[in-house]
Design a protein around this ligand. Sequence first.
Ligand SMILES: [Zn+2]
Length: 118
Amino acid sequence: MIEDKFIECAKRGKILAAKCKKCNNTQLATILFCLKCNSNELEHVELDGEGRVVTYTILHVAPEGYEKYSPYAWVILESNGLNISGFLEGVKSPSELPLNSKVKIIGYDERGIILSKA
Ligand SMILES: [Zn+2]
């Protein structure tokens, strides 16, 4: 399963991406056809899991089952031209996480992709 491989890469701090052999578009590997040209001739590449914060939401009241993690930020980061979402623990207020801050992928668990400040 491609999802398993994606998770295994995230646990090593990498992003599993798919590069289109026809048009060179790069996208997340969990999408099985090229979003630009519709080709299914994709090859997998591992990208460095560092990026910058595009936007985020701070959650002080976590959904059921996630209380132990709060407060945390649900972050959209931009890395290698891709937008990826992940969790960043211990963020209480926006002053702690300016936009464009550097973050990196450090793991994957029940929450999804786990980030830390880079
Ligand atoms: Zn393409």
